[in-house]
Design a protein around this ligand. Structure first.
Ligand SMILES: [Zn+2]
Length: 257
């Protein structure tokens, strides 16, 4: 088991948060074999220290014609006429900046150098989004270890997705694939709200020619009103429950049905 700190979002991540997470997870009873607190052969285990790896992969995706620069704002995409939404209610990218199939390489090499992510500093903004071009109409499949056969259609169930954000940060999709492959992760266990993301990630694995792990998507923890918990439900954070004197065994009993 590996503990990895996903701290790429500078606005939301502070070193004291990871320290607190580690403390809470240990209190809850989790133990890991590799992590930022104990080291390991495949570190560093903080994503903020792995930027060069994401950049290498971004470069491969660009050179392979898998991604293209996108100048749309979130508002542009949401405002696109009748933009269909995927199951997580993310609007499907309408393809505004998507180059025609035959000219992917040309369009990308024509991008000005200043639009490329900076190698030197995480603080330098590249000012442009980079999107993965999904193979329109292709049926993607994988067998989930809990839910069985899963399938989704590229372009319909999910659209062209971000691999690099204009604030010069790799997307979640790119970073976890690069890390899971580099850290030789064999099984990914995560919430079932990320089922659709798995299709996106499969495309990145394929484009980068990386070994795909197995996936287990767990049911989401819900509150008494059967609503799924979000980060804003601070009252049900491990830290808060612990502060109230609730024991780990009770949390398992109450929430992990
Ligand atoms: Zn665009």
């Amino acid at each position: 088991m590996i503990l990895r700190i996903e701290d790429l979002d500078e606005a939301r991540c502070r070193p004291e948060f990871s320290v607190a997470s580690i403390e809470d997870l240990k209190w809850f009873g989790l133990r890991w074999d590799e992590g930022p607190d104990i080291g390991g052969p495949l570190g560093p285990y903080d994503q903020s220290k792995r930027r060069h790896l994401y950049l290498d992969s971004w470069e491969k995706l660009r050179d392979g014609g898998f991604i293209y620069p996108c100048r749309c704002s979130r508002r542009d995409i949401e405002g696109a006429a009748l933009a269909p939404h995927d199951e997580t209610d993310e609007p499907i990218y309408p393809g505004t900046c998507r180059p025609p199939n035959s000219s992917v390489g040309a369009a990308v090499s024509a991008a000005e150098p200043k639009t490329l992510p900076s190698r030197t500093s995480a603080a330098t903004t590249s000012g442009i989004n980079w999107r993965f071009r999904v193979p329109e109409g292709e049926e993607m499949r994988f067998v989930d270890l809990r839910l069985g056969q899963q399938s989704g259609e590229a372009g319909k169930d999910f659209g062209d997705f971000l691999v690099w954000r204009k604030d010069d940060v790799p997307s979640y999709q790119l970073a976890v694939v690069v890390d899971d492959a580099a850290m030789r992760v064999s099984e990914v266990v995560r919430g079932e709200d990320l089922l659709t993301s798995t299709f996106r990630q499969l495309l990145i694995y394929r484009a980068l020619n990386l070994k795909v792990p197995e996936f287990y998507h767990a049911p989401l923890i819900r509150d008494d009103q059967d609503r799924r918990l979000a980060k804003r439900d601070a009252s049900l954070s491990l830290r808060e429950l612990r502060r109230k004197g609730i024991q780990p065994e009770e949390i398992r009993r109450r929430f992990l049905r």
